[in-house]
Design a protein around this ligand. Sequence first.
Ligand code: KIV
Length: 276
Amino acid sequence: MMKNTSVTFRQAKEKGGKLTMLTAYDYSTAKMVDEAGINSILVGDSLGMVCLGYEDTLSVTMEDMIHHTKAVARGAKEALVIADMPFMSYQASVYDAVVNAGRLVKEGHAQAVKLEGGKEVCPQIEAIVKASIPVCAHIGLTPQSIHAFGGFKVQGKGEEAARKLIEAAQAVEEAGAFAVVLECVPEALAKLVTQKVSIPTIGIGAGAGCDGQVLVYQDMLGMYADFAPKFVKVFANVGEEMRKGFAAYKKEVEDGRFPAAEHTFRMDESILEKLY
Ligand code: KIV
C-alpha cells in the first residue's frame, strides 16, 4: 500500500473513493489500524474521555497529545497520522496555534493536525498551513465547545445554522485545510457540504454522503460504555471479549490452573537441591 498523505487525501476526492479514518492513542492499536489499511489515524482529543476518563475533552493538554501521538506515530507506517490540537492550544492566538501545531509535528511526529471551528479559526489554519503543516478542520458538533452548545447536540438543523455550516466548510477550505470533519450534522446537509467543497469531508454522525468516515475505535469495538452516540456501530464486540478474558484469568489464577507447565521456566534439579 502507498503512504497516505494530505495530498493523497485531496486526490481521493477527485477519484471518488471513500476515505477511512479511525482514532488510536497507542502503539499496538495504531499498528493494527495501520495493518488493516485504514487511510488515516486520528490521535483525537477524545483521548481525554476514552483513555483518561474525563467527562469531556477540555482537560486534555499538549503534553497528553504529544505523548500519545509519539506512540501512534511509531505504529503507523502507511496511515496518515493526524493529531488533535487540544482545547486552548490554538484559540487564544495565531502564535499559539503555530507553535503548538509545530510541537505536535516536531515532538509528536504527527503528519497533520486537526482543530475545531469555522471562520473564527481561519487565521490559525492559514498560519499553520503557511508553516507547511497540513490542517484538517472540524465543524458541526465541535466537542471543545460543549459548554457553549449546552451539551453534545446535533448541529445545523435550522436554516441559519445550516447556512453557517456551509459557510464554515467553505471558509476552512479557503484558509487551506486539506480535509474537514463533519460531526453530528443531518445527512442531507453533510451531503450538500460535500458537494460544495473540493476538499474531502470526513463524517462522524453525518451520514453516508461524506467522502470518508471516522469513528473512535473504542466505540466501534464496544469498549467504551459511558456514552453511546446514535451514530456508532459496533463492528466487533471486543469489549465483551475483554470482559470474558479478564474474568477467565481471575478464575484460573484463583483455581490454581494458571500458570500451567507450558507457561513456566525450569531449572536444573541438582542446582535447586543445593538451595534447600
Ligand atoms: O477527538 C476525536 O476523536 C475526534 C473525532 C471524533 C472526529 O475529534
